[in-house]
Design a protein around this ligand. Structure first.
Ligand code: HEM
Ligand code: HEM
Length: 241
């Protein structure tokens, strides 16, 4: 008769599951650098540099939106966008240490905050295209499409929206600290090396998890850069001056 395999062999099994592919990691850390640089440069009155950082953020966001459809398993929006039912269920169990399962990719709450951050940053970058500085020494590349009055409104909203960015980024960093301290779950490491270490039996979800194709990510980055180039030059290209 065959002997049964002892349970502890499964319990000790360790898996390195691919979670954040190079596309997501590049997007994330480049976003951190460029958003920080956009804020620092404008506070130092370096408008030219500020605008370039803004274009960079816009390009990254366009890339991330495309990557959300054809990137790796956990990069896809379909894998992490959750309805209110799942979000509330997750919130209820958030403080329980025993039953806590943070999952492989974004948890339902994390997904919500990530989407909110992407939306406010997209608004910031797009509104930037229509801005003017108060004395009209600078006009954003799409200023002419908006006209004086709408441009001035969008500039005010652009200034106001900075507070939404600060609040969401602060909550984001606090949430990561909370996971590290309360749940002893280091979320930063997978955002650096791409893999999540999981012990125990490999679930179907773990086995199905894949990183996206890096060559495809490079092509999408080039497409995103081209879209930004056309947006920035759209007034000229469509016969404006
Ligand atoms: C300007 C500051 C920051 C912004 C705008 C930002 C934005 C974001 C965004 C948009 C995502 C989603 C990534 C994706 O799905 O593509 C994300 C995830 C993440 N960020 Fe940040 N981030 C910032 C700062 C930081 C810092 C300083 C850290 C580390 C200390 C960090 C650690 C992480 C981690 C670990 C995740 C993955 C969370 C998870 O496992 O669900 N972020 N961040
Ligand atoms: C997501 C990227 C961006 C971020 C995070 C950002 C952030 C900011 C912040 C925080 C301010 C307010 C500064 C203050 O209150 O003193 C500001 C103002 C401004 N930004 Fe941006 N911005 C971004 C993109 C852009 C882009 C793409 C453009 C233009 C193409 C732009 C043009 C301006 C202008 C003209 C002002 C107003 C300057 C003034 O008041 O005279 N920004 N931005």
């Amino acid at each position: 008769m065959r002997e049964r395999e002892p349970e502890f062999r499964f319990a000790a099994e360790e898996h390195h599951v691919p979670v954040w592919d190079l596309g997501v990691r590049f997007f994330h850390w480049a976003l951190v650098i460029l958003v920080t640089a956009a804020v620092v440069t404008i506070k130092m009155d370096k408008l030219n540099l500020h605008v370039w950082c803004g274009y960079g953020v816009l390009g990254l966001l366009i890339f991330r939106i495309l990557w959300g459809f054809i990137g790796g398993t956990h990069a896809r929006f379909a894998s992490f966008i959750a309805g209110p039912g799942k979000v509330f269920a997750y919130m209820k169990g958030m403080f329980s240490r025993e039953g806590h399962e943070s999952g492989l990719g974004h948890n339902p709450m994390g997904a919500l905050s990530v989407l909110a951050m992407m939306l406010v940053l997209l608004f910031q970058a797009v509104s930037g295209l229509f801005t003017n500085d108060e004395d009209f020494a600078f006009e954003g590349p799409l200023y002419k499409w908006a006209g004086n009055s709408l441009s001035t409104t969008l500039t005010s909203l652009h200034r106001l929206n900075q507070w939404a960015i600060y609040i969401l980024v602060a909550l984001h960093i606090l949430a990561i600290l909370f996971y590290a301290v309360y749940h002893r779950d280091n979320l930063v490491k997978p955002m650096l090396n791409g893999y999540r270490k999981v012990t125990g039996r490999a679930s179907e979800e773990m086995q199905a998890s894949r990183h996206g194709n890096t060559a495809l990510a490079v092509v999408l980055l080039a497409i995103a850069a081209a879209v930004v180039y056309f947006l920035v030059n759209a007034v000229k290209l469509t016969g404006g001056n």
